[in-house]
Design a protein around this ligand. Sequence first.
Ligand SMILES: Nc1ncnc2c1ncn2[C@@H]1O[C@H](COP(=O)(O)OP(=O)(O)OP(=O)(O)O)[C@@H](O)[C@H]1O
Ligand SMILES: [Mg+2]
Length: 278
Amino acid sequence: MAMSKENTKKTICLQGTGVTRCFGIGKKKMTAVDHVDFTFHEGEVVSIVGESGSGKTTLSKMVLGLLGKTSGEIYFRGEPLVLKSHSQKKEYWKHIQAIFQDPFSSYNIFTKVDEVLLDCIKMRGGDKQPYEEKKKMMKEACSFVNLEFDELTNKYPFELSGGQMQRLMIARVFLLRPQILIADEPTSMIDACSRSTILDMLLKLRDEIHMTIIFITHDIGLAYYISDTVYIMEHGKFVEFGDAESVLIEPKAAYTKRLINDVPKIHEKWDLSTVDVQ
Ligand SMILES: Nc1ncnc2c1ncn2[C@@H]1O[C@H](COP(=O)(O)OP(=O)(O)OP(=O)(O)O)[C@@H](O)[C@H]1O
Ligand SMILES: [Mg+2]
């Protein structure tokens, strides 16, 4: 990732100041996201790392315009984000897309796979082309994620495996070519081997279309592997952020140090001196 660092940190695509979201009222009131500030650049891979319940999904939903803010401001390409009407949202979603934790929730179960993909072509204004052209685009998107278009075309999303469904989500991103992609634990249903393939696909897509990826995870080791920049989230606040190497190699916040210590140290030699060999 170091390779692209020089030319990726220039143009800001998304910014937030004091972004806050509370839930509940009275004694039950809680602050899920608490005055966070962030700056994401074009083509940058950013990870937001934190334990369960730290507010990562709540923040990503606000950024996507799926959940209102209690206070604060989000700027998209320097302009305050205004998403009051459906058409404003539709326009914004041409530029920002998401891959969610649970791929089953992302599709309408009555929409067949080819319709899912055709919708993406339509969203980008390619509806008028002949079907053969569209089919070529769909095939290309499927082969990008190692899916066989002809096998899937007549299936419904619930007929796919979890892994196939997540790859279909990446095929959608391939067709939609958004400027920003939010990936919320996209590899949760995939075995370790396919997981690295999917991550490589996302990074390849980043290089191809210069997309910003906001990656949401519990896994600080993974964040180090894939990101340019890391934001560490604890109880709704960013306790630390910076380029992945500085944060991981010289963590300042106690919470970051704890997350790093929780990563299994596979690189350390096993200490067998205390093992009782009979
Ligand atoms: N719609 C809601 N109503 C009430 N509380 C909510 C709602 N959504 C989230 N919360 C609360 O806000 C906090 C942050 O939740 P969030 O889903 O953002 O965490 P997360 O960091 O994504 O966790 P995980 O890693 O488990 O996905 C949690 O305490 C959660 O219970
Ligand atoms: Mg979450």
